[in-house]
Write a protein that binds this ligand. Structure first.
Ligand SMILES: O=C(O)CCC(=O)C(=O)O
Ligand SMILES: [Fe+2]
Length: 740
């Protein structure tokens, strides 16, 4: 044990000759030096010469202080000289600790390399130790430095021998190879798609042939049938005739059955062929075609709706299970919502107002302008008149109650505020309201539409678009009915001619509208979205130009397509909790997780025609390299399968910023989780800020066709946006899959 070596030695230790002492023998109670000679001896700077430390005749059993101080003695492992522990600055050492020392070098034997004992008889021992330590450090550092210099030399030599030109060329070739590979992969994808389409078409054509031959059989059957009928008409001549007529009837019913079956198969075949041809022509393979006039409000007569959404050929895509939309045409009604007096006052006000003619009825508006297709009113809309204000307040109370019930326990959220009123006037049985839905993107997706009826009662007809199911709601005088904005994605409503008899009906329709709702965003994500907040307050991450709502989906299966209904943008950040499960081992398992995500995206698009684009965030890198391999597999599928094959799906770009040395960057992530464990995958607030910026950037770039209007530039943070979001992630070179 080298304890003595590293201990600072008390410079005041007196070195005096004295009576011998023994280690482990405690001396009587210690005392402070009191005599003049003692205090002089303690002063190293005193002119009095130090005792000769090299004296051969120095008695070793006595501490050189020559005092019998009350402390333990310790002997030097080298020279055997005994010292009081106090004299060598080791106060506090007791018998046990002295015995546990394996080695102790006394101040006389501990030799500092610089300066040497020969030159430093007069040098204080502290200085010797300090210098020795510094020297040791220096030696160590210079030994390392020389090693480093060696490697530096080797590196420089290597650099010198490199042919930089050849290297650059090789890099170019490699990157060309890389892009060709991506191109080929893409091509292969679309070739497979085309191949499948051709197969389906040729199958259908084959069926068509059968159809033609079926047609021939059909006409043959019909003529046989006609013959049979003729025969039946012949007068019966014998008894056997009734038997044979039974037989005839049997034959006929059999033939009729056959005809029905064949006719059904012909119709289906033709229908399929037509659908498929349409799909190929319009290259519109996923979304159910939405008739262009559906969203137009108060303008067109009832359009026809496809009963089935157009599907991809069955061999390429699995059938998408339909999602229950959980919506009803009318979510609530209140029969006598208005008091008679209030109703009379309102009627009087409306009878004296000037309305503008529209299709089948006339209108007047108040508050925030509500724009819809076919609207003829000017953009100058008067504020709410005093007689409508109490009604508006009552409706807002109901709106906040509805919102509160929908998002109970989330008191930080603010309910939509009803701010617009459109009043329709219908006069007599010729008046009507064309089939439409109130699905304008300016209407708050989480709000409801409130309609109060005054005067003649009438029927409002609702049609579920996909199934064609119809229902009717009767609106009596002074009543209120409520429709959710979400329900507008799946139901149309109209008032048919003849719905009211002679007289006038007013309908006062209240909505929450605003220009920013056109960019309403539904963010569905896992724990890495926890710091993201909608709202224009200081703490909001997306600002007032991008209002929205956050929904929690830790796993892909928990993404609820219903929550997206009525939003313009859907942002998805989900999947890491799926692929990190221990049963997800190989690429195929990751592909299965991805397939669920793809299916969810299609369901969202099928369910909600308002959704203009689905923005998919690639999975963030984690700090686990093994997990990152699965992350890469998943992200590859997003870029090489999802984006090229799905319309209106955008990959949020710029995620390479989150990685440093192939793992989630420390400065953007949490170090520890709330249990104090090392956190592998969560962004910290700085990371969340970057994430929000990237999402916002993707949404705004697409919204403005590649120009970031917030900065009035095609550049993002001074970099070309194509470098930030596009080219790196999207192999086809399209702007991150954006198909505006
Ligand atoms: O008159 C009604 O009850 C319906 C009015 C309506 O649908 C509308 O204004 O959008
Ligand atoms: Fe409407």
């Amino acid at each position: 044990m080298g304890l003595g070596k590293n201990r600072a030695i008390d410079p005041n230790s007196p070195f005096k000759t004295g009576p011998p002492g023994a280690r482990k023998i405690p001396t009587p109670t210690g005392r402070k030096p009191s005599s003049k000679s003692e205090s002089e001896a303690l002063n190293v700077s005193s002119s009095k010469p130090l005792p000769s430390l090299t004296s051969k005749h120095r008695p070793k059993n006595n501490c050189p202080c020559n005092q019998s101080l009350g402390s333990w003695k310790i002997d030097c492992s080298k020279c055997g000289q005994f010292w009081h522990v106090d004299c060598v600055g080791l106060q506090g050492l007791n018998e046990k600790s002295i015995n546990s020392l394996t080695q102790y070098l006394c101040p006389l034997c501990y030799v500092s390399p610089v300066p040497t004992t020969e030159t430093t008889v007069d040098v204080c021992h502290i200085c010797r130790n300090t210098l020795s330590l510094q020297h040791a450090n220096l030696t160590y550092e210079s030994s390392i430095a020389s090693e480093n210099i060696d490697s530096l030399h080797q590196f420089c030599a290597l650099l010198g021998s490199l042919d930089i030109n050849a290297l650059t060329k090789n890099m170019d070739t490699l990157s060309q190879f890389d892009s060709r590979l991506k191109h080929l992969l893409l091509k292969e994808n679309s070739l497979v798609g085309l191949d499948n389409e051709i197969k389906t078409l040729s199958n259908l054509l084959a069926e068509q042939k059968t159809v033609t031959s079926n047609n021939e059989t059909l006409s043959k059957c019909i003529s046989e049938l006609q013959d049979d009928i003729k025969l039946l008409h012949l007068p019966s001549t014998s008894q056997t005739c009734s038997d044979s007529s039974d037989k005839f009837l049997e034959d006929i019913s059999e033939k009729l059955d056959r005809i029905c079956r064949e006719e059904a198969s012909i119709t289906t075949g033709l229908e399929q062929l037509r659908e498929s041809l349409e799909a190929v022509q319009s290259n519109h393979l996923q979304q159910p075609a939405r008739p262009s006039n559906v969203s137009s409000h108060h303008l067109h007569p009832a359009p026809s709706f496809p009963v089935h959404p157009t599907r991809l050929p069955p061999s390429t895509e699995p059938e998408i299970p339909p999602v229950p939309h959980n919506q009803v045409p009318v979510s609530d009604t209140k029969p006598e919502f208005l008091e008679q007096a209030e109703a009379n006052e309102l009627k009087e006000f409306l009878d004296g107002s000037t309305f503008n003619e529209e299709n089948g009825h006339s209108v007047i508006s108040f508050g925030t302008p509500y724009k819809y297709n076919g609207s003829k009113s000017s953009s100058e809309v008067p504020p709410f008149p005093d007689c409508l204000k109490p009604l508006l307040a009552r409706i807002n109370t109901i709106q906040s109650e509805l919102y509160g019930a929908l998002y109970s326990g989330q008191s930080h959220l603010t309910a939509p505020v009803i701010n617009s009123c459109l009043i329709n006037r219908y006069v007599g049985p010729d008046s009507y309201l064309p089939r439409h839905s109130d699905s304008e993107s300016s209407i708050h997706p989480e709000s409801s539409i409130f309609t109060i009826s005054l005067g003649q009662s009438s029927d409002i007809k609702f049609t579920e678009r996909l199934s064609g199911t119809e229902s009717t709601h009767t609106c009596s005088d002074r009543s209120l009915y409520i429709m959710s904005r979400r329900s507008q994605e799946v139901f149309d409503h109209e008032m048919e001619k003849g719905s009211i008899s002679e007289g006038t009906r007013y309908s006062l329709t209240f909505r929450c509208v605003g220009w920013a709702n056109k960019n309403s965003t539904c963010l569905i994500g896992d724990s890495n979205t926890r710091f993201l907040k909608f709202g224009s307050s200081k703490r909001g991450t997306f600002g007032e130009q991008m209002p929205g709502h956050k929904f929690w989906a830790p796993k892909i299966e928990e993404i609820d397509p219903v929550s997206c209904m009525g939003y313009s943008n859907v942002v998805l950040l989900c999947g890491i909790n799926d692929i990190k499960q221990s049963n997800i081992r190989c690429e195929k398992d990751v592909t299965d997780c991805f397939a669920v995500l793809k299916q969810k995206i299609k369901q969202i698009q099928m369910l909600s025609p308002s959704v203009k684009a689905v923005y998919v965030c690639p999975l963030l890198p984690t700090k686990d390299l093994t997990l990152n391999r699965k992350v890469n597999d998943f992200n590859k599928l997003i870029n090489f399968d999802l984006i090229p094959t799905c319309k209106n799906v955008v990959c949020v770009g710029g995620f390479d910023q989150f990685a440093c040395n192939r793992v989630l960057a420390d400065e953007l992530s949490m170090l520890f989780d709330r249990y104090g464990r090392y956190d592998m995958l969560h962004l910290n607030r700085a990371g969340a800020r970057v994430l929000a910026g990237l999402i916002k950037q993707s949404v705004f770039l697409r919204l403005h066709n590649g120009v970031d209007k917030r900065r009035r530039t095609g550049r993002v943070n001074g970099r070309l946006y194509s470098n930030v979001v596009g080219s790196r992630l999207h192999p086809s070179g399209l702007l991150d899959g954006c198909q505006v």
